[in-house]
Design a binder for this molecule. Structure first.
Ligand SMILES: NC(=O)c1ccc[n+]([C@@H]2O[C@H](COP(=O)([O-])OP(=O)(O)OC[C@H]3O[C@@H](n4cnc5c(N)ncnc54)[C@H](OP(=O)(O)O)[C@@H]3O)[C@@H](O)[C@H]2O)c1
Length: 270
């Protein structure tokens, strides 16, 4: 996208083919929730594309370990994205180091604690705070520095559960937050097109991570009641979400905004 950068790490699994051609060479991309799961995997693919990811989460030791794995080709910032002062410090740190922000991936998220009648209002509010309020606040902070720059992109990580309910996984807070994130994506895309800021969402299906640990530690080992609801008959494998996010961040999607890209093996349609 901007100044070139040698890159050189081997391609991360699943993002094959995009590589340096993703158009993200030298791009400064903030990724929240990068200390595990999908965010950690995305960090690997961004580095493989020559981007300069800035990785945020609360567990600094996990971020430091990832930075070491990536040969130092990422910055890390300890941050609780639900804390306003942390969010401000995160943007300040990023801008002090890089002078600009080209992309934001709102990936940090959590689930609730079960069926509505057995769940607390406090849990509902905490899930909304992390999954919806924080992406909104961070998007506004980032947009202040993105506008007018051209080619800037925000990607919100929603969920297939923002598009449909799953009887076996009752979670009103999570579903409301992820559906809300899709509405937010649409509205910010509408408001910020004039600033040349694109805003899109991905809606992943099921991938193995800390969040889905109860379903098994590998996508091919997910329970049958789940895979029966997925037309491709399996969960997502490491890296299979990355190509979609790289596409939405980069110039290949220059005329795409306000969209939701499902990466779920077809689960949303069944
Ligand atoms: N895995 C799936 O099947 C799936 C499907 C659909 C959507 N998603 C979405 O994908 C995103 C990533 O999920 P995942 O599966 O990779 O789950 P995960 O492994 O549990 O990762 C969640 C990440 O969010 C971070 N986080 C949590 N609270 C935070 C806070 N207050 N401030 C900053 N960071 C915080 C965690 O880091 P710290 O604990 O270090 O802060 C962690 O890095 C989530 O938005 C999730 O809803 C996942």
């Amino acid at each position: 996208m901007r100044d070139s950068h040698a890159g050189g790490l081997p391609m991360a699994g699943g993002a094959g083919g995009l590589g340096p051609n993703a158009g993200l060479d030298g791009s400064v991309i903030l990724v929240t929730g990068a200390s595990s799961g999908l965010g950690q995997q995305l960090a690997r693919s961004l580095v493989a594309c020559g981007a300069r990811p800035v990785l945020a989460a609360r567990r600094l030791e996990r971020l430091e370990a990832l930075r070491a794995e990536l040969d130092g080709r990422a910055e890390v910032v300890e941050c609780d994205v639900t804390d306003e002062s942390h969010r401000g410090r995160l943007l300040e740190t990023l801008l002090a180091r890089h002078g600009r922000i080209d992309g934001l991936v709102n990936n940090a998220g959590m689930g609730g604690d079960g069926p509505a009648l057995r769940s607390s209002l406090d849990t509902f509010a905490r899930v909304i705070d992390l999954n919806l309020v924080a992406p909104y606040a961070l998007s506004c902070l980032a947009a202040e520095h993105m506008r007018g720059g051209g080619g800037r992109s925000i990607v919100n990580v929603s969920s297939v559960m923002g598009l449909r309910s799953i009887g076996e996984i009752a979670d009103a807070a999570y579903v409301a937050s992820k559906a809300g994130l899709i509405g937010l994506t649409r509205e910010l895309a509408s408001q910020w097109g004039r600033y040349e800021i694109r805003v899109n969402a991905v809606a992943p299906g099921f991938f193995a991570s800390e969040m889905t640990a109860g379903l098994g530690d590998h996508a091919d080992a997910f329970p049958q009641w789940l895979t029966d609801q997925i037309p491709l008959g399996r969960g997502g494998r490491p890296g299979e979400l990355d190509a979609a996010i790289l596409y939405l961040l980069g110039p290949s999607s220059s005329f795409v905004t306000g969209s939701v890209l499902s990466v779920d093996g077809g689960m949303a349609v069944r």
